[in-house]
Design a protein around this ligand. Sequence first.
Ligand code: NAD
Length: 487
Amino acid sequence: MQRFQHYIDGAFHDGAQAFDSIDPATGAVWAKMPAAAPEDVDRAVAAAARAFADPDWALMPATQRGKLLMRLADLIADNAPRLAELETRDTGKIIRETSAQIAYVAEYYRYYAGLADKIEGAHLPIDKPDMEVWLRREPIGVVAAVVPWNSQLFLSAVKIGPALAAGCTVVLKASEDGPAPMLEFARIFDQAGFPRGVLNVLTGGPDVGAALTSHRDVDHIAFTGGPGTARHIVRNSAENLASTSLELGGKSPFIVFEDADLESAVNAQVSGIFAATGQSCVAGSRLVVQRSIKDAFLARLKEKAESVVIGSPQDMATEVGPLCTLRQRDVAMDLIERSVAQGARLITGGTVPEGPGHFFPPTILDCSDARDAPSLSNEFFGPVLSVVDFETEEEALAIANDTQFGLASGLFTQNLTRAHRMMRGIRAGIVWVNTYRAVSPIAPFGGHGLSGHGREGGIEAAMEYTRVKAVWLRTSDEPIPDPFVMR
Ligand code: NAD
């Protein structure tokens, strides 16, 4: 059985306790993971705080930080196959996707490597002739990063990359479900040559996350996970009023008008909800389809859903693998049963297959006659698509925006003016027009409402890890005038 360790202050340690990690494809225990105790969290935060103040890091030129990040990117690219295999083993995410995604994760580190020495301050044209004022953009300090199990290498890259580019130090808590890829990532990070303590990686459950995010020496919390957990995180941040960036879930609308290229729209919808076995925060989980094409569209979608290759996540031919945890399957079954009881029509899927592992089939539920069905408002985090139809553009927009979430959205139409109107009206952080689930290190990513706040990716993400200091310099040699009047 494989054993993994924490990475604290540049060294590898066993946890105070250990827990079993399950292979979701078989349901069998395959590895022992360390579990952090409060003392481990303290040691990791202390190491990050020391590293933040240490001249080796604090005074390192930004260009040099960029070079270290570039070395890390190269190491990730070299080790991508091994990292992909581990992520697939520990989380059940299919190898086809982990292989492609982890190779691309290296590009995120390259992007932030290049950005490190372009995070600039400013000189202000101040309204006083005897003053020079400029802004320094300084690193925010010690960052607590907390990630969920899905796409951990990716979700941590969009935190570690900009945080280190800005000059911060990081303590990352990997998810207790499938932490192997992050603990292995720590071994790769160790080879890149950063000063010790700049990054620390540990794992464990909610208690470890709570100890880290309420720690008084943490300056910023970067969290990805569910909105319920985010509420705890915000309360924890009140301990020392740490700032937060929150990337939460979604119930993203996928809107198809009758003039859309249907082949493209069907393929994008399949990618939007069945890829990653639906375990994606940007899953296009609400199909909002124009009534005139609904039957034809659903017929094509059903055919695709039923011909998807379900199997071992380690097999390159597999398109849909197991869910990471059994908990998710219970959530999916409960939401489906309650929605059907309210009048939703099950078009395909919806039953747990026989045999080992956490498998669940691609499922389509038509909720057009059950518009209050819980499947339309709750995130499944599984391959379940809820459908609702519309007649007019106004109706489509109202349905799309009828959610407390606001992360992503998809829009399929050939009508340019309508695309512009819809794009303006949709309340979401991302609008994909005639495409879906495209990402890039250059483009910011994030939402509003229950989908959180703050941005990951792009220059915006680096700004989350900085604060501005205004420096005033008086240039006059005359004595300071009237000291009782503010200047
Ligand atoms: P989760 O919120 O249960 O857990 C996320 C992380 O928070 C885990 O590491 C967990 O240990 C930790 N945690 C739990 N309780 C905590 C507490 N009280 N204090 C501090 N940390 C705590 O999420 P999950 O079920 O593992 O992941 C699925 C969720 O993540 C979904 O809602 C999904 O949409 C969201 N997600 C969002 C994005 C995005 O970028 N917007 C990406 C992926 C996943």
